[in-house]
Design a binder for this molecule. Structure first.
Ligand code: NAD
Ligand code: G6P
Ligand code: MN
Length: 442
């Protein structure tokens, strides 16, 4: 049986123990020969590594686990890299969210100015990681990337490293499909979704369950309840009050724009004023995560180091880890499974630029995604996508060219930002906050 060497980049992530659990759940089919964790923060990774070690002991005790901060050791001969780096950690996420909010603009880690700032931090570390793979990995390597902001990362890697074997994915569509499955009382794997957009910027156009079109029934439900399922099945992910609020907000979008069913992230572009009103400018999602998911992980490690006891179930990630592993297995075994992933448009959405990185259904083969053809999309959606795509393209060009002018254009172009004055205030404050991370903008 073929076995795989796999490295998790951002080994110190809050998600790592859960993703490893999802990997090891599949060990009969997707057998790992070695699992490596790689991070540039040794202490954080050492702590998370203690939990990962427990997961390995429990689910695949023979598996070799290596923790390293050395790129050569991490990437040599690997078949897969799972990339989940958060450049600047939660401390910078907090600023991405809080700086725009000072100006009454949406404060979000991947949407609006916060997403642009996070993008400017992440492009070059991702390029560096691709170069490590090109240098050390097996020539058939695959990077499964979900480091955010995935839209900007995907676009930048397509421009800077077009030949890299990287597939960019996001768990939001599949997490919404998990809720849809709950609403329609079926298994999420039986749902076939038609979808178009950019990452964190898209719409479901049709939902079939085992060949039966259930779109209209679902729309009627979402108009009433958003994506909140009828019974609150326990899910570790997306279960905080703020996530429930987000799922609920989908009802306003489904009522006003009944053609399609929105990605939850559309709330930031279409309901921005209300999002700002609902926000606590001094306590954002970054604070919730630092006080919640991140604290739970590191508290558990401390307790374990003192008492030798640990309950791991709070760290299993459900659909997030399952989805990443399903995509990797389709790449590994040429399964041609259909998933919603990011691909270069190249005519798939006919009236959107060819070089856009679109999120659409694709069949995942061992040579990469084979996207479906979506065809023409209506003016409202096309206009929204073109504006957002131009914004993301400008921010990538700003990073490549070190151009302040293009960065300002990108910030101004974003639909969450009301004027060039506001864009400039936010950009200038973000330049100061990101000195350690951003390319210099002149
Ligand atoms: P986290 O801060 O807990 O973990 C990220 C880790 O990356 C940290 O340990 C950090 O030290 C490390 N890191 C930073 N820069 C690095 C570099 N250059 N090389 C190697 N490691 C580096 O963050 P988290 O909340 O667990 O999220 C991890 C990432 O996954 C984030 O980018 C997040 O946005 C992303 N994410 C994406 C999706 C999706 O749908 N695409 C879903 C969940 C999380
Ligand atoms: C969804 C998105 C991810 C994002 C995450 C944030 O899953 O698809 O891209 O990273 O939400 O969740 P958090 O719990 O960190 O706010
Ligand atoms: Mn995502």
């Amino acid at each position: 049986m073929r076995t795989f060497k796999l490295v998790i980049v951002g080994g110190g992530s809050t998600y790592t123990p859960g993703i490893v659990k999802s990997l090891l759940d599949k060990k009969e089919e997707f057998k790992l020969e070695e699992l490596r964790l790689y991070d540039n923060n040794e202490e954080r990774q050492r702590k998370v590594g203690i939990l990962v070690q427990k997961v390995v002991e429990k689910f695949d005790p023979e598996l070799k686990l290596t923790l390293t901060t050395d790129p050569e050791e991490a990437f040599t001969d690997i078949d897969f890299a799972f990339a989940q780096m958060r450049v600047g950690l939660y401390k910078m996420r907090e600023l991405d969210e809080k700086i725009p909010l000072k100006y009454d603009v949406v404060g979000q880690e991947t949407c609006g100015p916060g997403g642009l700032a996070y993008g400017l931090r992440t492009i070059y570390p991702m390029v560096e990681m691709i170069d490590f793979c090109e240098k050390y990995a097996k020539p058939t390597y695959w990077i499964v990337n979900y480091s955010n902001p995935a839209a900007i990362v995907a676009k930048a890697m397509y421009l800077l490293r077009p030949k890299a074997r990287i597939l960019n994915i996001c768990d939001m569509p599949v997490a919404i499909m998990r809720n849809m499955a709950n609403i329609l009382d079926c298994d999420r794997h039986d749902i076939v979704a038609d979808y178009f957009g950019l990452n964190h910027f898209g719409w479901f156009t049709k939902i079939r369950v085992k060949d039966e079109d259930r779109t209209e029934e679902l729309k009627a439900y979402v108009k009433e309840h958003g994506y909140m399922p009828p019974d609150e099945r326990s899910e570790v992910r997306h279960n905080d009050a703020s996530w429930k609020h987000t799922f609920d907000n989908a009802k306003y979008l489904a009522r006003m724009f009944p053609d399609y069913l929105p990605n939850t992230y559309m709330q930031y572009y279409l309901l921005g004023d209300q999002i700002v009103k609902d926000a606590d400018k001094n306590h954002t999602r970054a604070n919730e995560v630092m006080e919640g998911r991140e604290k739970r992980i590191f508290d558990a490690v401390d307790t374990y180091e003192k008492t030798g006891e640990i309950d791991m179930t709070p760290f299993f990630t459900g659909v997030h880890g399952e989805f990443i592993v399903e995509v990797a297995m389709s790449l590994a075994f040429n399964l041609r499974k259909r998933h919603l992933v990011m691909v270069p448009n190249q005519g798939a959405v006919k009236n959107v630029p060819d070089d856009a990185m679109v999120e659409i259904p694709a069949y995942i083969t061992s040579e990469g995604p084979e996207p479906v053809r979506v065809g023409q999309i209506p003016t409202f959606y096309k206009g929204m996508i073109e504006q957002q795509e131009a914004c993301e393209k400008l921010v990538v060009e700003a990073a490549i060219e070190g151009s302040y002018k293009k960065a300002l254009m990108a910030f101004t172009m974003n639909k969450t930002v009301p004027s060039a004055f506001v864009a400039k205030h936010i950009l200038d404050e973000m330049i100061e906050a990101n000195r350690e991370f951003w390319p210099e903008l002149k």
